[in-house]
Design a protein around this ligand. Structure first.
Ligand SMILES: *[C@@H]1O[C@H](CO)[C@@H](O)[C@H](O)[C@H]1NC(C)=O
Ligand SMILES: *[C@@H]1O[C@H](CO)[C@@H](O)[C@H](O)[C@H]1NC(C)=O
Ligand SMILES: *[C@@H]1O[C@H](CO)[C@@H](O)[C@H](O)[C@H]1NC(C)=O
Ligand SMILES: *[C@@H]1O[C@H](CO)[C@@H](O)[C@H](O)[C@H]1NC(C)=O
Length: 262
């Protein structure tokens, strides 16, 4: 029986703990709930931080003060009816535990702690045209997608069906797409999406064969191009690419594609 009570207590504590975490994004606004009983009329609220309980926002005897510290200056609002604290323009320095102490008009009090975690939003990935080469009836394209974020998955989406994607990311957050476009095709859209378990961010590029001018800085592009090709070949080795290339250099590139060119 005692054990059961103990377990129930532990469970309740665990549940309460899990409710007291809030996640916000850098630059966004978040409201930290006071968890005050909805039936209460609040007489006094104190929001504080750090182990020495530095006050950041208070309401007492009808007087609200949100200017106790400079770190939240102009960024916090205390709702005196709910006791909730709103923090605007979040920064990673706001990552910490917040304590709220409440007192209602009939003298009941409550205290709660909320852990706030501020995350950086995922950045849009960058798409580069690594290399392209025009051939009869179309062009080959190598696109590379890079992300500045760590631990993300990169994926390609396109309405164009003839796309080979190398999902391997040998040098970190990179994904390569290899495709053949017909000259008759107008503006094909390629999207690269960077995602983690919480969110995603996408960039896209629209290309057609005529667009494939060499990248402006041939000096810097040269090694990259070689790397990308080597990396792609590496990824595809054992697959059908060699066969395709042989076929291609044998002058018999995709007879069906050529047949379709008017
Ligand atoms: C409370 O703690 C913080 C951080 O540890 C410190 O910066 C601040 O000066 C302390 N305030 C007082 C009144 O001791
Ligand atoms: C304060 O909280 C109450 C109750 O949750 C809500 O109805 C009200 O809109 C809030 N006021 C502001 C200014 O957000
Ligand atoms: C894809 O390639 C095949 C042959 O390789 C061709 O018949 C087909 O038209 C191509 N589809 C598109 C959308 O380019
Ligand atoms: C990524 O975006 C799509 C479309 O907006 C959405 O359906 C999906 O849930 C998102 N994935 C994550 C992990 O946020």
């Amino acid at each position: 029986m005692k054990l059961q009570i103990l377990l129930t207590l532990i469970l309740q504590v665990a549940l309460a703990e899990s409710l007291r975490e809030r996640y916000g994004y850098f630059g966004d606004t978040i409201t930290l709930p006071s968890e005050a009983d909805k039936t209460w009329t609040i007489a006094s609220v104190v929001w504080s931080i750090f182990s020495n309980n530095t006050w950041i926002a208070t309401f007492n005897k009808g007087v609200k003060n949100e200017q106790w510290t400079s770190r939240y200056k102009g960024r916090i609002s205390l709702n005196t009816s709910s006791g909730d604290l709103t923090i605007r323009n979040l920064t990673t320095e706001d990552n910490m535990e917040y304590t709220v102490d409440l007192l209602n008009t009939v003298g009941q009090n409550s205290a709660d702690k909320i852990k706030l975690t501020v995350r950086q939003r995922l950045q849009k990935p960058t798409i580069e045209t690594v290399t392209s080469s025009s051939v009869k009836g179309g062009c080959w394209l190598f696109l590379r997608c890079l992300s500045a974020d760590k631990d993300v998955n990169l994926s390609w989406q396109s309405e164009h069906s003839n796309v080979t994607v190398n999902t391997g990311q040998p040098d970190g957050n990179t994904s390569v797409l290899f495709t053949f476009l017909k000259t008759t095709q107008n503006c094909v859209n390629f999207t690269c999406t960077s995602s983690n378990k919480n969110e995603n961010a996408s960039s896209d590029i629209t290309l057609k064969c005529d667009d494939q001018k060499p990248t402006p800085h041939p000096d810097s592009v040269q090694p990259r191009e070689r790397n990308a090709v080597a990396f792609f070949l590496g990824g595809m080795l054992g697959g059908g690419l060699i066969a395709i290339l042989l076929y291609f250099f044998g002058g018999k590139l995709f007879p069906s594609v050529e047949n379709n060119v008017v």
